[in-house]
Design a protein around this ligand. Structure first.
Ligand SMILES: CC(C)(COP(=O)(O)OP(=O)(O)OC[C@H]1O[C@@H](n2cnc3c(N)ncnc32)[C@H](O)[C@@H]1OP(=O)(O)O)[C@@H](O)C(=O)NCCC(=O)NCCS
Length: 143
């Protein structure tokens, strides 16, 4: 498989949104955050994406997803490693909120207590679905 991992551009927005929508992941912030996205491309087709959201105070890996049929081929790891290269020097730790806990454990993340979500994230603190939310907060210490 000839796979190219590259920074995303505005022309990739429809493909990124289409992938995220398949998993009911947030699509509203893609336009504003497009500079923070990377995509995986093969045969002229975008098959995966990921975003490093570098807000002041908290750096978060978001919106990592593969097209169905392109999972479990090592593409998620490649996207993750590309974003980690960007993160080094920027921060000491990366956070994620995810239902794909097993993947992030493989990448070295550790789960935090769920009670940390409203402490770490203002949008969690304001969310009326916090009590039923299945997303696990996790952190990776960069050493
Ligand atoms: C989670 C996701 C991004 C992983 O990408 P991927 O390309 O399938 O993962 P990779 O093939 O690079 O897997 C890397 C390793 O993680 C493991 N892994 C992948 N997904 C896993 C999961 N859900 N649970 C446990 N382990 C997982 C793989 O087996 C592999 O292990 P290995 O290195 O020992 O062989 C992908 O499955 C996906 O698109 N999921 C749906 C969207 C989603 O939930 N995204 C998370 C948003 S925060």
């Amino acid at each position: 498989m000839n796979l190219n991992i590259r920074s995303a551009g505005t022309g990739d927005i429809p493909d990124i949104k289409s992938i995220l929508a398949q998993y009911i992941l947030e699509t509203e912030l893609v336009e504003d955050n497009i500079d923070q996205f990377v995509v995986a491309e093969t045969g002229g087709r975008i098959v995966g994406c990921a975003c490093l959201d570098s807000n002041p105070g908290l750096v978060e890996l978001r919106s990592i997803a593969m097209l169905p049929g392109w999972k479990n081929k090592g593409i998620g790891r490649r996207l993750f490693e590309t974003l980690m290269q960007r993160a080094r020097g920027m921060t000491d730790r990366i956070f994620v909120r995810t239902t794909a806990r097993g993947f992030f454990e493989k990448m070295g993340f550790e789960a935090l207590d769920g009670s940390q979500k409203p402490v770490l994230w203002q949008d969690c603190a304001e969310c009326d679905k916090l009590d039923v939310c299945m997303q696990v907060p996790m952190v990776l210490e960069l050493r």
